[in-house]
Design a protein around this ligand. Structure first.
Ligand SMILES: [Fe+2]
Length: 296
């Protein structure tokens, strides 16, 4: 059934931090998008290796990839209508669906080796030297941090913690990832099957984690300030458009993120740990110290 926006999408987006526009595009446009997006797979692998995750931005290959289907997607009336019903009032202006044309990407499956990204909230946990207090001040601003995974084939790679965009970390989340930087699983020396199971175990280990199941043509809009991760295997074909919603306020943040001052030698400042002031972190730290003392 063709996609129709309704108030459920607004409620889901604000309460859970994500919503899915199911069956967003008709078959003809989906076929055009697949044809052009699939051309980027080899370019990405030539550029970044056999397990390249993405080609970004894709508009820089006009001789190899026809951008018309992507423009058609950004002009698609049900998408424009849905995004405006969701955002225009809070943005104070219409949504610019072409605002990300210079940035947006296609995500692909690895060709040789399963792997996963580390659990994170964007900016806070994946940008070294960022000021976490400055990020926390704006994490609830709906004009910022709106991201999209638009699946051209069935895609179950993305995991989220619903509702985490509205709050700081729970004690369970702090205990799962007490230190910064957050690391993914170590699969070095494992065969591919063991690596796959290890990545899945890591992904599923997050308290409250939820695996988003997207069918071909489903458009998942999410707050990238919520906890999320991705888990990838070579045997499941993936071409997923990775897009966002650019507002003037987010463009400003994107171009001028709140970094802490660099070190004297010019290197980035260290990672901020957002949970140092919590009881959960302090008790974890004292247990670590006690264990270390007992083993000396
Ligand atoms: Fe992310």
């Amino acid at each position: 059934m063709a996609f129709e926006f309704c108030s459920r999408h607004i409620n889901e987006y604000h309460q859970l931090g994500f919503t899915v526009f199911r069956d967003l595009v008709p078959a003809a446009l989906l076929a055009d998008l697949r044809r052009e997006a699939d051309k980027g797979r080899e370019i990405a692998r030539q550029r970044s290796g056999a397990d390249a995750q993405r080609l970004q931005p894709i508009h820089t290959y006009p001789d190899r990839i026809d951008m018309k289907p992507f423009d058609d997607y950004h002009n698609h009336p049900p998408l424009v209508k849905g995004l405006n019903e969701l955002f225009a009032e809070e943005f104070g202006q219409p949504v610019d669906t072409h605002g990300t044309r210079e940035h947006f990407a296609v995500l692909y499956e690895p060709s040789t080796r399963p792997w996963c990204t580390q659990w994170h909230r964007d900016w806070r946990d994946n940008i070294k030297g960022l000021s976490v207090p400055a990020w926390e001040k704006v994490m609830l601003d709906v004009r910022l941090f709106n991201q999209v995974n638009f699946a051209l084939y069935d895609d179950a790679c993305t995991w989220v913690v619903p509702g985490s965009h509205l709050r700081r970390d729970t004690p369970e989340e702090i205990l799962r990832f007490p230190e910064r930087p957050i690391n993914g699983p170590n699969t070095e020396g494992m065969d591919d099957t063991q690596a796959e199971l290890t990545c899945r175990e890591y992904t599923a280990s997050m308290p409250g984690g939820f695996q988003a199941q997207l069918n071909a043509g489903d458009y998942m809009l999410y707050r990238n300030s919520l906890w999320h991760t991705g888990n990838y295997v070579p045997y499941r074909k993936r071409s997923t458009i990775h897009d966002g919603i650019f507002t003037p306020q987010f463009k400003q943040f994107f171009l001028n993120p709140p970094y802490k001052p660099k070190k004297a030698d010019g290197a980035s400042a260290d990672w901020d740990n957002p949970n140092l002031d919590t009881a959960a972190y302090r008790s974890w730290k004292s247990r670590q110290a006690a264990t270390a003392a007992a083993t000396v």
